[in-house]
Design a protein around this ligand. Structure first.
Ligand SMILES: [Zn+2]
Length: 135
C-alpha cells in the first residue's frame, strides 16, 4: 500500500475510522483508510475526453466515442475548470495594452527589472491559455 499523496510506502497503522483501518504516512503525515485506492479511468482516458471537450465535442458525443459515461466527463470538466480558478478572467487582460506597457517599461527601466516583468507576464498569459482552451 502506498500513500495517496506522496506515494511513499512508509505507512503505519493509525487506529480506526469507523470500521475501517486508518493509516498514516510516515513521510508526509497524510491519513487515509484502506479503501482509498483510486478506481476509475486511467489518466490517458481522462485527458482524451477533456481534449475532445475543448475541441467542441458534446458530452454525449464523447460518451459515444470513448465509452466514458457523460456524467463522468462532466465531472472531469467541472473539476478541472475549478482547479484553474486562480487564472484571471479573460476580460481582465487587455493584451494589446499590456504589450504597450511592457515596451514602455523596457524603454525606461534597467534591463534586469524588465526581464523580471517579462517573466511574470509570460506566466500570466500561459495560465490564461489553459483557461481559454477549457471554455
Ligand atoms: Zn505521504
Amino acid at each position: 500500500m502506498k500513500c495517496p499523496r506522496c506515494n511513499s510506502d512508509h505507512i503505519r497503522k493509525n487506529g480506526h475510522r469507523g470500521s475501517k483501518q486508518n493509516y498514516i504516512c510516515a513521510d508526509c503525515e497524510r491519513q487515509f483508510v484502506e479503501s482509498y485506492e483510486r478506481k476509475g479511468y486511467p489518466p490517458e482516458v481522462k485527458e482524451q475526453c477533456l481534449k475532445m471537450y475543448v475541441n467542441g465535442n458534446g458530452f454525449r458525443a464523447i460518451e459515444r466515442l470513448t465509452g466514458v459515461n457523460h456524467n463522468t466527463v462532466i465531472h472531469w470538466v467541472r473539476h478541472t475548470a475549478n482547479s484553474l480558478s486562480d487564472a484571471p478572467e479573460v476580460s481582465e487582460i487587455p493584451e494589446i495594452a499590456e504589450i504597450d506597457e511592457l515596451e514602455t517599461f523596457v524603454g525606461k527601466k534597467k534591463q534586469k527589472m524588465a526581464v523580471d516583468n517579462c517573466k511574470s507576464l509570460e506566466t500570466r498569459n500561459s495560465s490564461l491559455g489553459i483557461r481559454r482552451s477549457l471554455i
